[in-house]
Design a protein around this ligand. Structure first.
Ligand SMILES: *[C@@H]1O[C@H](CO)[C@@H](O)[C@H](O)[C@H]1NC(C)=O
Ligand SMILES: *[C@@H]1O[C@H](CO)[C@@H](O)[C@H](O)[C@H]1NC(C)=O
Length: 360
């Protein structure tokens, strides 16, 4: 019914149907992405050649599904074309992932990526690359992705316009040990699980929505790095939870200077590392100017969960499905609520199989 009403109102306004969402349930600024429409089925998990993911993304306009599952061991960065949809959720169990190099949408537009595991790790010796790079891209939505072992950043998004990262796990970055770096925007960060990073969860030099995220075992979490840029931020119903690597729990908001305007509400901080979720309200955001209402009219409607409910929901649902050993390790770390957690320098140190990448 709601869909029909949306359809009717698009038609009434004379808007093209491409104004519809990226997919049912897509939210935020990246939901304007329409992706590709030409069906392409990935039939091989080889790095390159006919029927591989590299083959699939080499031409724009494709709506990619998977007849195979497992890890694709990338021998070079995987460079996406514009107007691409990657439907990782169509892969048979245990799902699809890429490892060992960067996935890049750099400079491209109109990208939808769902249910993809992106795990760079130290098999990539290029320390300037990230697990996912969307620098100077536009109209990008990542949903239910699992981004681990990023070397430069988990997600690098400098000069990027209209972005959503939702229902995803951004965890265990190695190298610089940073979660995500976005500049330009606007950007929506929604229901993500951020675990065991030094900083940038995210660094968001943009007008931003940050809603129902869970951040665990941080050294610094939400930041603008004291930018000279003037930005607005709606920070709603997030849960920050200290872990063994958290040296200063008060760095849940980090380098948030007076150039920023922030509407912060419903956020909690659990700083005591006692194995129980028992945080307190945390809505004072550095030196930022306090807004008394959201800067974006859509933010309140997205903040449907309290911070405590977001903890339960995000731990149950974030990341690619079905959950594999890497994501299970990340989630169990969070569930220790202060007792376990390490900011790694090498994925192998997790002790997981396959040199720390886990098996798919
Ligand atoms: C792309 O493929 C997915 C999975 O088969 C399908 O659900 C979706 O409707 C397709 N989208 C378009 C625009 O063709
Ligand atoms: C960003 O999205 C808005 C709609 O919200 C659209 O008007 C604008 O053209 C998009 N920007 C780019 C670079 O596509």
């Amino acid at each position: 019914m709601a869909y029909l009403q949306t359809l009717v109102s698009f038609l009434a306004l004379g808007l093209p149907l491409v104004s519809a969402l990226a997919f049912p349930g897509a939210v935020g600024f990246g939901s304007v992405a329409t992706g590709g429409t030409t069906p392409f089925v990935v039939t091989s998990i080889a790095d390159s050649g006919t029927g591989t993911l590299r083959d699939a993304v080499s031409v724009s306009g494709r709506n990619i599904t998977f007849a195979v599952s497992g890890y694709i061991v990338l021998a070079s960065p995987l460079s996406l074309s514009s107007s691409t949809t990657i439907n990782g959720q169509t892969a048979p169990a245990p799902g699809i992932g890429v490892m060992a190099r960067e996935v890049s949408a750099s400079g491209k537009t109109n990208i939808i990526i769902r249910n993809l595991r992106m795990r760079q790790g130290n098999m990539d010796t290029d320390t300037g690359k990230s697990a996912f790079n969307m620098g100077t891209a536009s109209n990008v939505i990542l949903d239910h992705c699992s981004i681990e072992y990023g070397v430069f950043d988990g997600i690098d998004a400098v000069g990027t316009v209209n972005v959503t990262v939702s229902n995803s796990i951004i965890a265990l970055p190695i190298g610089q040990q940073f979660g995500a770096h976005l500049e330009t925007g606007p950007a929506t960060w929604y229901r993500n699980l951020w675990v065991s990073a030094h900083n940038r969860q995210p660094l968001t030099k943009a007008n931003s929505q940050y809603i129902n995220n869970v951040v665990y075992n941080y050294q610094a979490a939400y930041t603008v790095a004291n930018t000279g840029g003037l930005f607005s931020h709606d920070i709603l119903n997030n849960y920050f939870i200290a872990g063994p690597s958290t040296t200063s729990a008060g760095d849940d908001y980090f380098q948030m200077n007076a150039n920023q305007k922030v509407f912060a509400s419903g956020n909690f901080l659990d700083s005591n590392k006692d194995g129980v979720l028992n945080g307190a309200a945390a809505n004072t955001v550095g030196s930022a100017v306090v807004l008394t209402a959201p800067w974006n009219s859509g933010s309140t409607g997205l903040a449907t969960l309290t911070a405590a409910a977001a903890y339960t929901s995000v731990l149950a649902n974030a990341g690619a499905s079905p959950r594999d050993s890497v994501d299970a390790f990340v989630v169990s770390t969070v569930q220790s609520l202060g007792k376990t957690g390490t900011i790694f320098t090498n994925q192998a140190s997790t002790g997981l199989a396959n040199n720390g990448y886990g098996t798919l």
